[in-house]
Design a binder for this molecule. Sequence first.
Ligand SMILES: Cc1cc2nc3c(=O)[nH]c(=O)nc-3n(C[C@H](O)[C@H](O)[C@H](O)COP(=O)(O)OP(=O)(O)OC[C@H]3O[C@@H](n4cnc5c(N)ncnc54)[C@H](O)[C@@H]3O)c2cc1C
Length: 475
Amino acid sequence: MSDSFDVVVIGGGPAGYPAAIRAAQNKLSVACIDEWKNRDGTAAFGGTCLNAGCIPSKALLESTELYHRAKEEFAAHGIKAPDVTVDVAQMQKRKGSIVKTMTQGILALFKAAGVTPLQGHGKLLSGHRVEFVGHDGTRRELTAKNIILASGSAPIELRSAPFQAPYIVDSWGALDFDSVPKRLGVIGAGVIGLELGSVWRRLGSEAVVLEALPDFLAIADQQLAKEALRGFKKQGLDVRLGAKVTGATVANGAVDVTYTDGKGEQKLTVDRLVVAIGRRPYTKDLLGPGTGVELDERGFIKVDHECRTGAEGVWAVGDCVRGPMLAHKGKEEGVMVADLIADRFAEVNYKTVPSVIYTAPEIAWVGLTEEQVKVGGKPYKVGVFPFLASGRARAMEQAQGFAKVIASKDDDEILGVHVIGPMAGELIAEAVLAMEYSASSEDLQRTIHAHPTLAEAIHEAALAADKRAIDSINR
Ligand SMILES: Cc1cc2nc3c(=O)[nH]c(=O)nc-3n(C[C@H](O)[C@H](O)[C@H](O)COP(=O)(O)OP(=O)(O)OC[C@H]3O[C@@H](n4cnc5c(N)ncnc54)[C@H](O)[C@@H]3O)c2cc1C
């Protein structure tokens, strides 16, 4: 096997593997190195997202949402299901088989595209070289004109609550519980903390979420965040804001947590504690001496807007570089770099990266929040449409939440779209496309939306921005 390639990608997660596939589509010879090993010791492509993030969390969110709906909502439909029970082992088995199918699918995609998969550790050396050490210990030196670093991220550990499996765990640990913890603590009310808290709460855990910041979901539009907090509280998720964890110790099979809030020192005892305070770039043993690749003060690989590092022919994409730590952001960066390497036009529009929280109701947005627009000082208008007025949402028995469109008063350009409600993560795609094409709210208003669909909420919210909504009262 040749050790010389046009492109070597280090990291086979959602940033790295699409880069490898696109480079191969561009008729370049490509190898993709990945060192991920699952708990059973098997090597797998797909990185955090497929093995321990996006996909397993969505599998469990779907299962537990179905359970919740069977228990709480079926009766309203006239369906009697008095004896609905949960089989956590089967739920986990299903999750595991989805993950396996998806990760093995990457190998099939590589084979079809002509990408050489290499499972083991990759290290960038100077002079367009990469050291590869396979999981079986074999060492090879590869050369490539272009090298793409896609080494991803790792969970941040909290000094006051160090990981101690199975009691104090990270998100991966929380996806693998084999039974429902009676009392669950989650540190961090971010996307991951809320999703994991929801999973186990729906199955019956008494779930307390401790968030150090005083505001809930500070990154989101605050109208949305308020609605979300109301919803989570109704579901029994006990979200405590301004709660700074000062210690966590394991004793007698439980975790004693101490934290301070506005009222002083507080105590909480839980059976399992999930630390979900964020992730940091992962670059352990990635860079050999003299490569010219630099890290910033937070450990991210320094890149320009086209993901070029300071070293000629070396690029970096995904969670290991600046920007939101999202699979789709990494994927677009990977594809962009593979196209740039092949001298094709490519760019990533960072202004239209959507964010989704897969709770119930789902939360999704793209563009600016109302708070950000206000700070920018641009005159703006807002249209809001409640799902209570949506026939489809009513038929689904999921009429909580709203769609909100923010547009510029001067030229009507859409500045941000925010949705909390059923299938918000799917609905936001329309807004992303509209913003990608620099659409105005009038463009959305003049676009026919099938009736009755949830997407009509975005149509009506755009109309409401000009006080021309038909199916809700214009205020
Ligand atoms: C619980 C959870 C849920 C999430 N849900 C979502 C979601 O719904 N939507 C979303 O967009 N994002 C979600 N994310 C975030 C998403 O998983 C990351 O943004 C995404 O995985 C980043 O992709 P990446 O390719 O940059 O890195 P990773 O997925 O971390 O992949 C990096 C890969 O590189 C390998 N690697 C690292 N260093 C080396 C080396 N030196 N040699 C060889 N291999 C190496 C790693 O083993 C890994 O396989 C979630 C994350 C978590 C933890």
